[in-house]
Design a protein around this ligand. Structure first.
Ligand code: PLP
Length: 432
């Protein structure tokens, strides 16, 4: 990190300049990052001794809080036995267990799990699966995806192409990646008719629809009703295109049910999972296909196989962590905790609605959002939040909370209290 005159800057602990290149960050102007030393429960402990209550569970991953002893124990046991082995031609106990447990947990015949190491790659694999599904069935020309305005599905080339083209952060790359079909979510009759029309006109080019069910997360924490997801399923069936649901954010209890698609009562053809899959401890993702999708890859010909295979796919440590996380969903009352948390979020954030500069307050499951008219000074707002003892990461015009599902009422009160305070004090406005 360099200051404006090009001198290397020290971090807040006075260390020599960091060589770490941070994501989504203008490295020239950003304040030096805080240094995290350890985590515990719902707190991030900084090297300078401060403790921050974590309001975003490390990008929506640490659903059981940090350092859960059960996950640590299962990972430690696996570390002794076998930290890694390639999946090509080999399988191992943790991946076999995880795969069958996910298949049992997911609705319908979503039974075949392909493991990768990040959410973006899981979606990328879903896109490849959908395109090859048609090729393997002898149908050519179905190479496009239909995605929704407001969506976010990752940062790789194919996933950038299915993000929101205008508001999204990838517009610089427009023209580099394949052009997709972008539509509005069918949230009303007019939009449903428009989606129907576009599918009718372009069904022969479209391999699949890709959507985030119930919440478009990084696109602005935009909520929609379960009926919208069901409507998309109906239209996909009507026009014979596949449906990929991206549950990377919504999966594992975040919206109040284990998976968001359960609330819509539908089964997608492909679902992508990551983030809370390992309880937020390790990089792992899964692209899970229904039987008919999987069967399209079965033949005498090697050309019909799925040609994808990240080196660290299904890493045994990560699979052990994921199995441990699933244990916790069975042995601890997570979904009941989400129901309580939802009420606390509403109670704590609702007073913001009456404050100047607030456009909307909304809560769904363990997601609480305060949307402002604008954030003029993001750096000032972030600093004010840290000064309140919380780790909350606003973006665009959004202040949101997605804490661990295990957070106590007291800690949640610290988070909602901090949000009320920074808004009341106008910490989002330009410095006077
Ligand atoms: N899909 C959704 C819905 C996401 O929210 C994200 C990340 O925020 C991704 C995909 C990309 O996941 P990753 O950052 O692990 O690549």
């Amino acid at each position: 990190m360099r200051d404006r005159s090009g001198r290397a800057m020290r971090d807040r602990s006075g260390r020599e300049p960091s060589t770490v290149w941070l994501p989504y960050t203008q490295m020239q102007t950003a304040s030096p990052p805080l240094v995290a030393a350890s985590t515990r429960g719902t707190r991030i402990l900084l090297e300078d001794g401060r403790a921050l209550v974590d309001g975003c569970a490390s990008w929506w991953t640490a659903c059981h809080g940090y350092n859960h002893p059960h996950i640590r124990q299962r990972v430690a046991g696996q570390l002794d036995r076998m930290p890694h082995v390639m999946l090509g031609g080999l399988v191992h106990a943790p991946v076999l267990e995880l795969s069958s447990r996910l298949a049992a947990l997911l609705p319908g015949d979503l039974d075949h799990c392909f493991f990768t190491d990040s959410g973006s790659v899981a979606v990328e694999v879903g896109i490849k699966m959908a395109i090859q599904y048609w090729l393997n069935r002898g149908v050519s020309g179905r190479t496009r995806l239909l995605a929704f305005r407001g969506g976010y599905h990752g940062d790789t080339l194919a996933t950038m192409s299915v993000c929101d083209p205008e508001e999204g952060m990838h517009h610089l790359f427009a023209g580099v990646f394949p052009e997709q079909v972008i539509a509005d979510l069918p949230t009303d009759e007019a939009r449903t008719a428009a989606l129907d029309a576009v599918l009718s006109a372009r069904r022969n080019e479209i391999a699949a629809i890709v959507m985030e069910p119930l919440v478009q997360g990084a696109g602005g924490m935009i909520f929609h009703m379960p009926e919208v997801v069901a409507r998309v399923r109906d239209l996909a069936d009507k026009h014979g295109v596949l449906l990929i649901l991206d549950e990377i954010f919504t999966g594992f209890g975040r919206t109040g049910t284990m998976f968001a698609c359960e609330q819509a009562g539908i089964v997608p053809d492909i679902v992508t999972l990551s983030k809370a899959l390992t309880g937020g401890t390790m990089a792992l993702a899964a692209t899970v296909a229904r039987r008919h999708v999987y069967e399209a890859f079965l033949s005498e010909s090697p050309r019909h196989a799925l040609m994808h295979g990240p080196t660290f796919m299904a890493n045994p440590l990560a699979c052990a962590a994921a199995c441990a996380s699933l244990d916790l969903f069975e042995t601890e009352p997570r979904l009941e905790q989400v129901a309580a948390l939802s009420g606390w979020l509403a109670e704590g954030l609702e007073p913001c609605r009456a404050m100047p500069g607030v456009r909307d307050v909304r809560v769904l499951g363990a997601i609480g959002v305060v949307e402002l008219d604008r954030i003029e000074d993001m750096a000032r707002l972030k600093a004010a939040l840290v000064a309140c003892g919380v780790w909350v990461r606003p973006f665009r015009t959004i202040l949101y909370l997605t804490p661990a599902l295990t957070i106590t009422r007291e800690d949640l009160g610290v988070l909602t209290g901090a949000i009320r305070r920074v808004i009341r004090e106008g910490a989002f406005a330009a410095r006077p």
